[in-house]
Structure formats: C-alpha cells, structure tokens
Design a protein around this ligand. Structure first.
Ligand SMILES: [Zn+2]
Length: 373
C-alpha cells in the first residue's frame, strides 16, 4: 500500500493525459523510463524504476504507472478526482444485511493461523519480492505451487499464471467455479519493496499478510468443496509496488473480454492492528460495495474503522478504473498502521496473528455471502 498524503502538492498540471504517445514519449519509453501519475490532475511524469522507490515510495506518495495503459476510458477515470465520478461501475444491488449465517458460522471455526504462519515464513524468507528481481520471480514460482497445492483437494478449482509483458513475476489466479460465471474477487499483491530495487524487503505486513489471508480462505473453502452461485476468484498480483502494474493488466484483460464482476475486495496489509478492528477505506472505491463490505465485516468480526489512502493506493484502483466495483480492506487506519512499511524491518516478527485470523475470517464470510449476489 502507498499513501498519498502529499498528492495534492504534486498536482502540477491541469490538462488530462493523452492516450496517443508523442515521438518524444516513445524515446523516453525506449530509454526505459516510465510514465507515472500521482494525482487525477497530474498529466504524468517520466521516471526511472529506481526513482519510483527512492522519490515516491520513500515519501509515501501513491502513483499509478500509466505507461502501458492505452484505454482512454481507463485514463479518463484515472484523471477524475474521487467523488467527481462521471462513470458508473457495473451496476450491482448489494444486500443491506447478511443472510448466510449458518453456512458461514460452520466454516469460521476452521479458519486458523497455522498455515498462514508457515506461508508467511516462506514469503518473508525471500530476500525481496521486487517484481523485476530474480527473488521476485522465485517468490512467484513458490506462490503458484503453494496455491496449486492448497487448491488440489478440489479438482473443480483451477489455478493459472497470468503472465505479464515487461517483467517476469506473474500474477496468479485461483478460481472456484459457481453456477454462474459472474465473478466475486478477493485480491492481494505479493510483490514487495524496501528502499531500492535491490534492497532487502521481507514485506510481511505489506503484503505477505494479505496473501496468506486470502490463501487461508481458499484453503477452507477448497477443503469444504464450497460452491456458490457466483464464481469466486483469488487474485495474487505481481508488481503493485511498481504502480499497480499487475492488477492493471489483469483488469484490462477482464474488461476487454467482457467479464461480469460483481465485487472486487482488495486487501493490502492485514497483519498489524493496534485497534483490533478491520479498517474499510472509503476513497477511490465503489461506495455501495464498500457499504456492503462493512455490513459483512461488522456481522462477522465486530466494529470496523475507516480511513482514506489517496491516489494509486493499491490494486482496487485498477479494478475501479476498468469499470468494476471495488472496495479496499486494510488492517488499520493509516496513522496507527505499521511503522515498518517499505523497509527491511517489515518483518515476520511484527505480525499480529489475531489480526491475520480476523481478516481470514472476514474473507471466508465475504466470499460465502457474496457468492449469492
Ligand atoms: Zn502493499
């Protein structure tokens, strides 16, 4: 996750981004520079991969890498300030109360931190999971094999690598087919960053925590041969820290292939919570889905908190800019969130396991409830 406390200061340009690159832009691309936006009214600036980390991550400035985004509708949404939306996500009417209590309550006691502890140990043992490093690719291989192994108890579940052009780290998608092809998606990015592309970055809270939370939900649903009305997908994104690159490619593909997506709930940081409450963020999201997400979280985990994290905060922004309803669930409001984000100190030892358990239970509850949307 990134926070954009200072994004307003960086809104230097008022014209919107053009989809057609100029000759000068093509030269910059060839030189390996990347075009990033730090705010809706930021026309974009060309930076090196290293500057993404040393200038923007280091100051907690959120950004979206738009170098490869060709879709003018997506660029228009990325250039529209939050709350001034002139677009509508795929229209879904969400319930105002939960309705699958007996089914959810039978599954919640099966949610545990035993496997998450083992998985997060493995994830944090990679020196880093930078999307362009060999460690980041190795982490992708490990995660793909681990997701496949978790899913293998139910032959109906498919696990695929979504490969990207420009870097080797794949995104990974597990699917539990329902009676309908309409999709309900939970997501978490698995890459990490820690001060430079070659720096140690265990990425325990950001975002090994989100990864093990949705993996635990997959384990419980797979073991119980869960099948709902809607199809459930578990997305593990590459390259979030590069400017939401993995999720942008996945949702561009979903848009161009005409998929129907009823909900995307992204979790980025799910393992450190002094407040002991799930935090549901309210900016650059679908407000109806966010309200429904809060209904489910409150019903099964108790009171929640709120915050805003600004522009380019995490992968829900990619779902939203491609026209899909998206919500963002975090472990804590920003002020009291982990102080170790994007450093070598974002270590396994800082993880609070009751927080992981809370988010994993929320994820199981959300998937079961939402699978009947
Ligand atoms: Zn993150």
């Amino acid at each position: 996750m990134k926070t954009s406390a200072f994004f307003a200061l960086l809104a230097t340009s008022l014209w919107s981004v053009s989809a057609a690159p100029s000759a000068a832009d093509l030269e910059k691309r060839k030189a390996g520079l990347r075009l990033i936006k730090t705010a809706p009214k930021d026309a974009g600036r060309w930076v090196t991969e290293e500057e993404k980390i040393t200038i923007y991550h280091s100051k907690d400035i959120g950004f979206v890498d738009i170098t490869d985004i060709k879709d003018s509708d997506v660029l228009r949404i990325l250039s529209t300030p939050d709350g001034e939306d002139t677009f509508s996500a795929q229209a879904v009417t969400y319930p105002t109360a939960v309705s699958r209590q007996s089914q959810v309550n039978a599954l919640l006691p099966l949610v545990s931190t035993t496997q998450p502890q083992s998985w997060l140990t493995s994830l944090t043992n990679f020196y880093n999971r930078h999307y362009k490093s060999t460690y980041g690719t190795q982490a992708g291989d490990w995660l793909f094999n681990t997701v496949k192994s978790v899913a293998s108890v139910n032959s109906a579940i498919t696990v695929t690598k979504f490969t990207h052009s420009g870097w080797n780290q794949p995104s990974i998608i597990a699917k539990i087919p329902g009676n309908s092809t309409n999709l309900v998606i939970v997501s978490a990015h698995y890459d990490s960053t820690g001060g430079s592309s070659s720096a140690k970055s265990p990425g325990a809270d950001d975002n090994g925590s989100g990864v093990v939370v949705i993996l635990e939900a997959l384990r419980v649903l797979a073991n119980n041969k869960f099948k709902g009305k809607d199809t459930l997908e578990f997305h593990f994104y590459a390259a979030e820290e590069g400017g939401l690159l993995g999720s942008a490619a996945v949702f561009a593909n979903y848009k161009s292939t005409g998929k129907t997506v009823l909900a995307v709930v992204n979790q980025d940081m799910a393992g450190y919570s002094p407040s002991g409450k799930i935090s549901i963020y309210t900016d650059y999201v679908d407000s109806s889905l966010t309200a429904y997400t809060r209904v489910v979280a409150t019903a099964y985990t108790g009171a929640t908190t709120s915050d805003k994290c600004g522009y380019g905060c995490s992968d829900h922004a990619s779902a939203r800019s491609n026209g899909f309803p998206a919500a963002y669930v975090c472990d804590e409001p920003i002020k009291t969130s982990t102080p170790y984000i994007h450093t070598a100190n974002d270590a396994l030892s800082t993880i609070q396991w009751p927080t992981i358990l809370r988010h994993a239970k929320f994820t199981v509850a959300f998937l079961v409830e939402a699978s009947y949307l």
